[in-house]
Design a protein around this ligand. Structure first.
Ligand SMILES: [Fe+2]
Ligand SMILES: [Fe+2]
Length: 304
């Protein structure tokens, strides 16, 4: 569907507007309606994984080696559902932060209209993740109470680069996993479609988040940059540690205590996270957000 993005002749366009206009054009060319694109009808085939097994929090542990193929598949299905549920949690946070950011701004701006487009994308994504998690046979996975309350505070107060860099971290961490899952024939087809839709639409969001982060940082002083770099790192830590809910193990029929213990010590999983987040860390370093206090949290979250 071709939608012309018209602009009043009198306004001079800013670099941010150029980015937003290109994103709007891209969105008009390629966006999805998950309600019709995803196969919701075919019953779940338990011969498939929910995620690439290499991304399982137990892959490479002694416990993983003891599991049957069916148990491994049940586990990755619960893990994929947990990641989707955590995705809903931070999509709700970011929708509110973006909405607060554009409150009472100029609606004729492409940036304003792009921001609303992104919120609309996220709204569809959250419905898609909710349906996907349900179809995977998972209960409601919600983050730890402390994470929920920290998220409540953050979404109500974060602004500028703190909001956009935290959005970027969440989107990048999801993106690297979903790129693998969407191509993986061991993953159940409807989950691959969900991941494909998300990867395509999020690539635009990440472009916007990087752009907004740079734009806001250009106006930020030293103290604000120091405080925000730490806040973003703490947000990243909370996001990453909330990805896979502890209850996935019991729901997949495993011994929760042993699984949690081995997952915590799983060097394979930590190195998957580190290598897939190298691009994100390069970006944060390039804009001066990898301060020493921030690095402490990125290391604890195994992102660097
Ligand atoms: Fe999304
Ligand atoms: Fe997004």
């Amino acid at each position: 569907m071709a939608i012309g993005i018209s602009r009043p002749q009198s306004r001079t366009s800013t670099p941010e507007d150029d980015v937003a206009r290109r994103l709007l054009e891209s969105s008009a060319q390629l966006s999805y309606d998950p309600l019709t694109e995803v196969d919701w009808e075919t019953p779940l085939d338990e011969n498939f994984h929910g995620a690439s097994p290499e991304w399982s929090t137990l892959y490479g542990t002694a416990y993983w080696n003891e599991l049957t193929d069916a148990q491994r598949k049940a586990l990755t299905r619960q893990e994929a559902a947990s990641v989707a549920s955590t995705g809903i949690w931070f999509e709700m946070i970011l929708q509110q932060m973006v909405l607060r950011d554009i409150y009472a701004k100029d609606p004729t701006d492409d940036t304003f209209q792009w921001a609303l487009t992104e919120i609309a994308d996220e709204c569809r994504h959250s419905i898609m993740f909710a349906r996907g998690a349900k179809k995977l046979g998972a209960p409601a996975y919600r983050p730890h109470r402390v994470a929920v309350e920290l998220g409540r505070l953050f979404k109500t107060t974060a602004f500028g680069e703190a909001a956009y860099a935290a959005i970027l971290v969440a989107e990048e961490v999801l993106d690297v996993m979903q790129r693998d899952w969407m191509r993986d024939e061991r993953v159940v087809p409807f989950v691959r479609t969900i991941n494909n839709i998300h990867v395509v639409e999020e690539s635009r969001h990440m472009k916007f988040a990087r752009d907004e982060t740079r734009k806001h940082l250009a106006r930020a002083g030293r103290v604000r940059r120091q405080i925000h770099s730490l806040l973003i790192a703490v947000a990243a830590y909370v996001i990453v540690t909330s990805m896979v809910n502890k209850k996935v193990y019991a729901n997949a029929g495993l011994d929760e205590e042993r699984a949690v213990r081995e997952a915590k010590a799983n060097e394979h999983h930590k190195s998957m996270m580190r290598s897939s987040c190298s691009g994100l860390m390069d970006f944060l370093a390039s804009v001066g957000l990898l301060t020493r206090p921030a690095l402490f949290f990125y290391k604890r979250a195994h992102l660097i």
